[in-house]
Ligand binder design. Structure first.
Ligand code: AAL
Length: 423
């Protein structure tokens, strides 16, 4: 038995030696090696190969901040046959309390579907302009994150003149010193009338079951005229970081009056010592140049975010060691729309965030004149504690039906034919 073992050791030695020699030789000849180096070679590289080593790992499959996303329709929500009168959207991050997951979301239950932001002047107390007009905050609970029981309204629209008398929407949750804080958008007029104008306000409760006490004031409002965030504050998402509340938010700029043609989007950060403020906007705002929505979460010593839908850097995962200066860590496909990840360490002031593996989001539904939204569950592997190798692959397996369903419309096809004929 001793003889083969010696042979084995010897061959290991020779293989390793050959490998080291090859590496040294590549280094000397300044040629990129066949075996992926674990650090940047010490000779000039093309720009692309040079920045490959700036990612968390040069191979995307080894990159902890890369993953695919998978979606499941959650059980337990009724949408009135999809006639556009019931909508659920913009969920909070789910939280786990006493063995039960809780989630809050925008719920619109109106007599008619929304008539659209362009027709906002025709909206009434019963006819909504947008999908998130005339909405309240509802909540649901679950034992497994797949099947949910809707529990009822958590925060209704308050009476005038309190912020949110027209609609309350797009909540997120914070757990701080045994209390629960819901932050959300407060509309005083039909969204679309003068843009999508709202401030962020909050409600407080001692239990996730409520009762919720609205603070009836602006917690984060627009910046002064001329600043990028002069009009509105959307999509609040707080985490506890460095002992403080880091609340990320979105604003849209370069569009006034509501002019989608020039529309641009960015994210800001506001920091406070206490959940009800005062929140101080970070002097380096905006801290993200992209993202209609984003999912911020503590990750290792810093903060990571999944940036989706809008901007040059949409569909990327980014990381900032200081929670402020984000860099691209990976490029992703089909991320959740308006994702809200289960992030148990978002509120523990962790010094080493573990990442995320599931959450809730929403998707648009309904045809013309019947618009509504449905909640969705997503699963992913942006977590240090999960190892779903299939989710680390880049191949999406989409068949031709998927691509052909994204065809040209009649006019586009006509123009393409005209261009072809002219040539
Ligand atoms: C969403 C979010 C905000 C907007 C509207 C409802 O995608 O950006 O919440 O106000 O749309």
């Amino acid at each position: 038995m001793a003889y083969p073992r010696v042979l084995l050791l010897l061959s290991c030695f020779f293989v390793l030696n050959a490998h080291v020699n090859a590496q040294q030789d590549n280094q000397k000849r300044q040629v990129f090696p066949h075996t992926m180096p674990d650090k940047k070679p010490d000779f000039p590289l093309s720009a692309a190969m040079d920045r490959m080593f700036d990612y968390p790992a040069p191979r995307v499959q080894d990159n902890e901040l890369y993953s695919q996303f998978r979606f499941t329709r959650p059980e337990g929500f009724d949408y009135n046959g999809g006639d556009g009168t019931i909508s659920r959207r913009d969920p909070t991050r789910p939280i786990l309390v006493d063995g039960k997951y809780y989630v809050w979301y925008t719920k619109r239950h109106t007599k008619t579907p929304p008539i659209g932001s362009r027709n906002a002047a025709q909206a009434t107390d019963e006819i909504p302009s947008t999908d998130w007009d005339l909405a309240d905050l509802w909540y649901a609970t679950s034992s497994d994150g797949f099947t949910w029981q809707e529990q009822g309204v958590a925060v209704p629209r308050p009476a005038k003149p309190h912020p949110g008398s027209r609609s309350v929407a797009t909540p997120d949750i914070l757990v701080w010193e045994g209390k629960y804080y819901l932050y959300y958008q407060a509309f005083d007029e039909p969204s679309g009338l003068n843009g999508d104008l709202c401030v962020v306000t909050a409600s407080v409760a001692d239990s996730p079951n409520g009762p919720w006490q609205p603070v009836h004031k602006t917690i984060i409002g627009p910046g002064p005229q001329g600043d990028w965030d002069q009009n509105l504050i959307h999509d609040p998402m707080p985490i506890v970081y460095k002992g403080k509340i880091y609340l990320y938010f979105k604003s849209t700029y370069n569009k006034w009056p509501d002019n989608r043609k020039n529309y641009a989007v960015a994210h800001g950060l506001a920091i406070a010592e206490h959940p009800l403020g005062p929140f101080k906007k970070h002097p380096m705002n905006p801290i993200s140049n992209s993202g209609h929505e984003a999912m911020y979460f503590p990750y290792k010593e810093g903060v990571a975010t999944v940036i989706t839908t809008d901007g040059n850097e949409r569909n990327t995962v980014q990381y900032a060691e200081d929670g402020v200066n984000f860099n691209i860590a990976s490029v992703i496909s089909f991320p959740p729309h308006a994702g809200a990840p289960y992030t148990p360490d978002a509120f523990t002031n962790t010094s080493y965030g573990r990442g995320i593996s599931w959450g809730l989001n929403f998707f648009y539904e309904g045809g013309k004149g019947k618009q509504y939204s449905v909640l969705s569950r997503f699963d992913t592997d942006l977590s240090l504690d999960v190892n779903e190798t299939e989710l680390k692959q880049t191949w999406m397996g989409l068949n031709s039906n998927f691509y052909f369903s994204r065809g040209l419309n009649k006019e586009q096809k006509q123009r393409a034919i005209q261009r072809a004929i002219k040539q």
